[in-house]
Design a protein around this ligand. Structure first.
Ligand SMILES: NC(=O)C1=CN([C@@H]2O[C@H](COP(=O)(O)OP(=O)(O)OC[C@H]3O[C@@H](n4cnc5c(N)ncnc54)[C@H](OP(=O)(O)O)[C@@H]3O)[C@@H](O)[C@H]2O)[C@@H](O)CC1
Ligand SMILES: Nc1ncnc2c1ncn2[C@@H]1O[C@H](COP(=O)(O)OP(=O)(O)O)[C@@H](O)[C@H]1O
Ligand SMILES: [K+]
Length: 536
């Protein structure tokens, strides 16, 4: 059963809540009841009881603060010692009334008579058993401002913080794009109200919300638009994340009627005499993830290394269903650079690239068109215009270079600060699907947006990207015909490759170091476990 997670653009959440609010459905009370129940569970787990536990709720001016106030009232009624710290002048009136009625102490932070002062507010917050962050939710624009920003900075400077429960989102993240524009309190637990915001899945903001649970409010969210991009003011429509349970339905498991050609032949142009290892790893990943056949195109030295490691590989050019181009290829290397160009041309991408005859993609006439993975050295050979079935697999540095060649002035850190934005930009500029590698891998294509976060940090090791390229080649070769028709399938297969890649690292050595060769070794049993859902 598919169980993919969908994060929902803010405008779609608003559209879903409007009719319910108009009909008088008490969404805030429902959200607050769930938040208080989960907070009580946390307190019982950590303190043994709710009664007597010290809870501080940081409350902002809008409905996110309203959620916090109502939850504070409920926790106080269960015997917790609750203090609300109000940041700013305004506060949700209904929530305030509920908190007052339940005997919650409501204190202002900042300056003024009877205000706690920021150091006082910080001390109170840091001494709590549970700190609830209800400063800002999906109504946030830009970084936290004013006293809220100052208080969060003070909390971030502390050596130890209590358990932090964020209401809806960690306050101050870019809810629509996953940016972190200012100080944000990392949350131990985030309770998303009604739907997950895109920022909860997209890096770097997602790193502040490693554990997200959905509070189901029975919202009837309108379907995402095809292509998933909202208007400029609305932002992203949807971000998806595949789960392990999605793998069996998406993985190309061979049927009895298949032969090696029908299962998909992968052509690999990778490695040079200087970097033969990239060829071995890319080819190895394609073979071990179940390609029907792998053809290797390259000079004698890497070809010999490939055949020594993987005797099942067929050397030289020939008919393939998908190409993997570029791992370990030096764009200045004449022979491999020429092979990259030939493969691109053969896949339907001439010197200027692919322009669909009708102005829309969806080729039918040209039978030569086939998916291509363009990695590392081949990124420099990319034609002006690609198509959704061309998957670029840069890391942040390579993406900065690629965009630099297309007129953007960027460094790697810019990409790391706004991975979604720049992957989207590269997709818009090239027409290709872009898989941006990182601790969380983001895939942005004309067919949608995915974010996968399975990879342990041990995976940041030389050659791991080559393995991903080979693995993705196998998936695209197996479903080549559908992939050139359906851009939605291409992004999904790229996300699937990232998921399996991350899981293979854990399979190879749970909790410890891995090498790229260990990843290749681990692929067959990782895939078997995922598609059969058996523990091995
Ligand atoms: N989805 C659902 O079904 C349900 C959602 N619910 C909840 O509602 C929340 C959304 O509430 P919301 O729309 O009132 O916005 P919210 O996040 O509280 O912030 C807006 C306020 O903050 C202010 N402000 C803005 N930016 C700022 C900044 N950078 N720094 C400082 N201040 C800033 C802004 O002021 P302004 O910019 O207008 O001056 C405005 O006053 C949602 O996240 C969820 O928790 C549930 O209750 C029910 C079901
Ligand atoms: N901090 C991290 N945590 C988890 N995975 C990471 C991290 N950093 C990088 N990765 C993953 O490691 C791989 C590295 O790929 P790449 O940079 O292309 O390396 P190489 O070129 O040496 O093969 C990618 O799949 C990337 O997503
Ligand atoms: K919040």
């Amino acid at each position: 059963m598919a169980c993919m997670i969908e994060a929902v653009g803010v405008h779609r959440v608003r559209a879903a809540e409007e009719p319910l609010l108009a009909a008088g459905v008490p969404l805030m009370e429902r959200a607050a009841a769930a938040i208080a129940a989960r907070a009580a569970q946390v307190l019982r787990g950590r303190q043994g009881a709710v009664r007597g536990a010290v809870v501080v709720v940081l409350v902002g001016p809008g409905n996110n603060g309203g959620d916090g106030l109502h939850a504070a009232a409920r926790l106080a009624r269960r015997g917790a010692r609750v203090t609300v710290v109000q940041l700013g002048d305004r506060v949700h009136e209904g929530g305030l009334a509920a908190a007052d009625a339940a005997g919650v102490a409501v204190r202002r932070a900042g300056a003024g008579p009877e205000a706690l002062g920021l150091p006082g507010a910080a001390r109170l917050a840091l001494d709590a058993d549970l700190l609830v962050d209800a400063l800002l939710g999906i109504g946030a624009t830009g970084a936290l401002r004013g006293d809220a920003a100052r208080l969060v900075r003070q909390l971030l400077a502390a050596d130890h913080r209590p358990f932090v429960l964020a209401v809806d989102v960690p306050s101050g993240i870019g809810v629509g794009d996953g940016t972190v524009p200012g100080p944000v309190l990392p949350a131990d637990l985030t309770l998303a109200c009604g739907a997950l915001a895109p920022g909860l899945l997209l890096p770097p903001a997602a790193g502040h919300a490693p554990h997200v649970e959905l509070v189901d409010l029975d919202l009837d969210v309108p379907a995402a638009q095809p292509g998933d991009v909202g208007g400029p003011a609305e932002g992203l429509d949807a971000v998806h994340r595949l789960q392990d349970a999605d793998v069996p339905g998406a993985w190309p498991v061979p049927r009895p009627s298949d032969d090696k050609y029908r299962r998909g032949v992968v052509g690999v142009v990778a490695g040079t005499a200087t970097y033969p290892g990239a060829a071995v790893l890319t080819v190895g990943a394609a073979v071990r993830s179940g390609a029907g056949m792998v053809r290797y195109v390259g000079p004698a030295e890497p070809a010999a290394a490939v055949l020594a490691a993987h005797p099942e590989v067929v050397p030289g050019s020939g008919r393939v269903q998908a190409w993997v181009l570029g791992p370990g290829v030096d764009p200045e290397d004449g022979e491999q650079a020429r092979h990259v160009q030939e493969a691109l041309g053969e896949a339907g991408l001439g010197s200027r690239g692919y322009f669909a005859p009708t102005g829309v993609w969806g080729p039918t006439a040209d039978a030569g068109i086939r998916p291509v993975v363009v990695d590392a050295g081949a990124l420099a050979a990319l034609p002006e215009r690609c198509a959704p079935w061309v998957v670029l697999t840069p890391h942040a540095g390579e993406l900065a270079r690629l965009l630099g060649e297309r007129g953007e002035t960027l460094v790697r850190e810019d990409i790391e600060a706004e991975p979604y934005r720049w992957a989207r930009r590269a997709c818009d500029l090239t027409g290709a699907t872009v898989l941006l590698k990182g601790a969380t891998t983001v895939v942005v294509g004309p067919g949608g947006t995915f974010s996968q976060a399975e990879a342990p940090a041990w995976l940041a090791t030389a050659g791991a990207g080559d393995v991903l390229a080979g693995l993705l080649g196998t998936l695209l070769a197996a479903r080549a015909e559908e992939a050139v028709q359906h851009p939605g399938l291409v992004v999904r297969l790229a996300a699937l490759a990232a998921l399996v890649h991350g899981r293979a690292a854990t399979t190879a050595n749970p909790g410890g170091p891995v090498s790229a060769s260990m990843l290749v070794e681990a692929l067959p049993r990782t895939i078997a476990r995922l598609i059969t859902r058996e523990e091995r």
